[in-house]
Design a protein around this ligand. Structure first.
Ligand code: AHR
Length: 504
């Protein structure tokens, strides 16, 4: 049997996990807001119209920050239309998704929903069809406690306390020609710099995320990052990355190899940030906000058809990817990759959270339920908090259709010193062979280590899915391991997600 081994040494620390790496995203798109988090009249709705069943699942995922309100949607969003008395709110065309936005739900509702969900708001401003002054007005409305027009307007709307939003996105995917108000790099870099600069004049404790490329495949990548950062370096804190993967070729082995591309993407963006840092002789480090990531391809064809033929619906079924088992494994691999870069990836948002390419789905007249991808995200968010340890894995490699030297095992270990726990997350992405995996934890004391929990997700059917009636894809507890003098051995099934928690 193929073998893999890693040494988990508590002295080899990489970086503390920033909890915001378990962030997510709610866009005004499809049924994410309406019939997703908000559905007055549904039996599970609370007094504000928020679905309690959804809130429960969001709380289970322990999501610390949620990006809002888009996405492509934000690039032609007029936030003033979505605040104040509901009966006066304007219905608008949403050009991004060719739907009608009723504006029944806006930042007032979202900030309250986030409180109930236990999450912070990560707010995006419209730098597509709008500009600096609108961003300033929105910031004043949301955060200021002054006796001035927009702060007073919020009070008039019934919200005495400011929302205290700390993290702000300077637009969305401004490199994308599909974006309303798309810009070239210098133009966007200047606008992002001036917007962040002016917002800092209101509050210099805020943090700003600048749009990086909307995917590694963009022809302007990574020149976009270099040019925009050269303009805005002094005013922004993070550069955003977006990436979705899909198994269009129906080749599981190659699909699971795609985090090799993700590694290269991260590496290139980090190098570009540091190049600009060097050019500018700056002491400041720009970190990464991977604020859109997931599997996304199942629904694309149907969505394009729907938007072309039947536009201008309210809350239609859009981007409702029905995730299968192999998608869950890829999501696990992506999480492992982010953790392995915890020194630079400080924010990441699983896109999205409810109904739209999401771990949580709702039935309009029924319950909320967990997709397959819910589980690896849950495990990482629950147990992947603390210090990431630098522990490279020795293992075999294989080739796939588009990738060479793909490691069989991808793994990372996180040490939670406060609770005396170490968690190993590992994927065997060899689709045909089991791998005997060993982890040496003797640095914690050979007789001081015990296994607290061992969870496995494996399936012979890569296309198995969950639905409202039940879950075919869920983790099971395992006792199939041996712990001998601080060294664990276990066999990882082909194409499996494995979580091993130790008390140390
Ligand atoms: O998350 C769905 C869409 O993907 C977002 O609106 C956009 O930013 C990206 O292209």
């Amino acid at each position: 049997m193929a073998k893999a081994s890693m040494v988990v040494d508590k002295e080899y620390t990489l970086a503390q996990v920033d909890k915001r790496v378990y962030g997510s995203f709610i866009e005004h798109l499809g049924r994410a807001v309406y019939k997703g988090i908000y559905q007055p009249g549904h039996p599970a709705a609370d007094e504000m119209g928020f679905r309690r069943d959804v809130l429960e699942l969001v709380r289970e995922l322990n999501v610390p920050i949620v990006r809002y309100p888009g996405g492509n949607f934000v690039s032609n969003f007029f936030w003033e239309d979505s605040v104040g008395p509901k009966e006066l709110r304007k219905k608008r065309l949403d050009l991004a998704w060719r739907t009608i936005e009723t504006n029944e739900f806006g930042i007032q509702e979202f900030s309250k929903w986030c409180k109930k969900a236990g999450a912070e708001v990560m707010m995006a401003v419209n730098l597509g069809t709008r500009s600096v002054s609108d961003a300033l007005n929105l910031l004043e409305y949301c955060n200021l406690d002054t006796d001035t027009y927009y702060a007073n307007l919020r009070r008039q709307h019934g919200d005495k306390e400011p929302y205290g939003i700390k993290t702000w996105c300077m637009g969305n995917e401004m490199d994308g020609p599909w974006q309303a108000g798309h810009k070239v790099a210098v133009e966007y870099g200047r606008l992002a710099a001036e917007t962040a600069k002016a917002m800092k004049m209101m509050d210099d404790s805020l943090e700003f995320v600048m749009c990086g490329s909307s995917g590694v495949g963009m022809s302007t990548f990574p020149e976009w990052e270099r040019v925009t950062l050269e303009e805005a370096y002094d005013y922004v804190d993070y550069v955003s990355l977006h990436q979705y993967y899909g198994n269009q070729a129906n080749d599981t082995a190659d699909f699971l190899a795609m985090t090799q591309d993700l590694e290269r993407f991260l590496h290139t963006v980090i190098c570009t940030c540091d190049y600009v840092k060097a050019v500018r002789r700056s002491k400041k480090q720009i970190n990464l906000s991977f604020d859109e990531w997931n599997v996304w391809y199942h629904s694309t064809e149907a969505d394009n058809e729907k938007m072309a033929r039947e536009p201008w619906d309210i809350a239609p079924h859009l981007l409702e990817d029905h995730y299968n088992f192999e998608d869950a494994v890829l999501v696990g691999l992506m999480l492992i990759t982010f953790l392995k870069h915890a020194d630079r990836v400080k924010i990441a948002c699983l896109a999205q959270l409810v109904n739209v390419i999401a771990p949580i789905m709702t039935e309009d007249d029924g319950p909320a339920w967990r997709q397959t991808i819910f589980y690896p995200f849950l495990h990482a968010s629950k147990y992947g908090r603390g210090m990431v340890l630098h522990c490279p894995v020795k293992c075999g490699v294989h080739d796939t259709a588009q990738h060479e030297d793909v490691t069989d095992i991808e793994s990372v270990a996180v040490y939670d010193e406060e609770h005396g726990e170490v968690t190993i997350f590992a994927v065997n992405r060899n689709t045909t062979e089991s791998v005997e995996f060993s982890a040496d934890l003797r640095s914690f004391g050979a007789d001081k280590v015990s296994v607290a929990e061992h969870l496995v997700m494996e399936n012979t059917d890569m296309k198995a899915v969950n639905n409202a009636a039940g879950e075919t894809v869920a983790p099971r507890a395992s006792s199939e391991h041996k712990l001998d003098g601080g060294v664990l051995t276990t066999v990882m099934a082909p194409c499996s997600w494995n979580v091993i928690r130790f008390t140390v």
